[in-house]
Design a protein. Structure first.
Length: 255
C-alpha cells in the first residue's frame, strides 16, 4: 500500500461496470474541495497498473472532481487486486448503491439473468417510468423477496433468477401502463403483480373490462399494499354494477 498525488489524469481508468457517473456527485465533491481544501478520503486504485493505467476501485467521483478542478489527485493503492464484485461490496458498505447500480454491475460480470433484467428494464422504462424492483417481480411472477445469500429472489447478491419470458413481461407491463392515464401512481409492485396473476391464472378475466370499470367508477379504484387487499379491490371494481350473471369472482386461493 502506498500513497501519492498526481495530476497525470490520463494514468487512470474507470472500471467498466462500476456505478454510472453522476455529475451532481462530481459537482458536490468539487464544492467540498474548493471550500475545505480537499476530501478526507483518497482515491483508491488497484496495486498494479494494467496497460499503463491505474484502475479506480473507489472514488471515481472524487477523481473527476479533482480532475475538473485541475488539482492533484490524492491516491492510495490497495494491498490486493479488487475485482468488480469486490467493488460492489465496498460501495454497498460505504455508500448506498441503487438497485440499478447493482443489477448493471452483475450484468457486466456476465450474469445472464441480470443482463436480461437490465435490458428489459431499460426498454420498459422508456415506455413508462418504472422501478427496476417492479420489473424484477414481473420477471419472476412473484412478490417474493429474500435477503438470504443464494436465494433466487435475492436481487442483491448475484443469485437472482429471471423466470418468465420477456414477451410475457412486456404484455403484462403494457396492460398495466394503460391504467396510468387516469391513475398516475397505479404502477405499484402489488398492482402490477396482481394484474399479472389475474391474466395468467384467473379464467375469464379480461383486463379491458377492468380498465373500463376503473374509468367509469374511479372512486372504487383505491391503493392497497397487501396482495389480498388489492385482489379484493380489483374484484369489487370488476363486478361493480354488473348483473349477477356476468360477475366473475376471483379464485383467491389459487391466485
Amino acid at each position: 500500500m502506498r500513497f501519492f498525488e498526481t495530476t497525470n489524469y490520463d494514468d487512470f481508468v474507470l472500471i467498466e461496470g462500476n456505478r454510472e457517473i453522476s455529475q451532481a456527485n462530481v459537482n458536490r465533491f468539487k464544492r467540498i474541495i474548493q471550500e475545505e481544501g480537499g476530501v478526507y478520503d483518497e482515491v483508491q486504485v488497484n496495486p498494479r497498473k494494467v496497460n499503463g493505467k491505474w484502475a479506480i476501485v473507489d472514488g471515481q467521483h472524487r477523481f473527476l472532481a479533482y480532475k475538473e478542478l485541475g488539482l492533484p489527485v490524492p491516491v492510495v493503492t490497495k494491498r490486493v487486486e479488487v475485482p468488480l464484485k469486490g467493488i460492489i461490496e465496498i460501495n454497498s458498505i460505504r455508500k448506498a448503491w441503487t438497485v440499478p447500480d447493482r443489477v448493471k454491475s452483475y450484468a457486466t460480470l456476465g450474469k445472464e439473468d441480470y443482463q436480461r433484467l437490465y435490458d428489459i428494464w431499460e426498454e420498459l422504462n422508456d415506455i413508462h417510468p418504472v422501478a427496476i424492483i417492479t420489473v424484477s417481480k414481473l420477471c419472476q411472477g412473484s412478490m417474493a423477496h429474500s435477503q438470504k445469500k443464494g436465494q433466487a429472489a435475492n436481487l442483491k447478491d448475484g443469485y437472482w433468477k429471471f423466470i418468465k419470458s420477456e414477451d410475457d413481461v412486456r404484455k403484462v407491463f403494457k396492460e398495466c401502463v394503460k391504467f396510468t392515464e387516469h391513475y398516475p401512481d397505479a404502477m405499484s409492485n402489488t398492482f402490477v403483480h396482481c394484474i399479472q396473476t389475474l391474466m395468467e391464472k384467473q379464467p375469464g378475466f379480461k383486463v379491458k373490462r377492468l380498465l373500463t370499470a376503473s374509468k367509469n367508477y374511479p372512486h372504487k379504484f383505491v391503493r392497497a399494499a397487501r396482495k389480498q387487499d388489492m385482489l379484493r379491490m380489483l374484484e369489487e371494481l370488476y363486478n361493480f354494477n354488473r348483473p349477477a350473471s356476468s360477475r366473475l369472482y376471483f379464485d383467491m386461493n389459487n391466485l
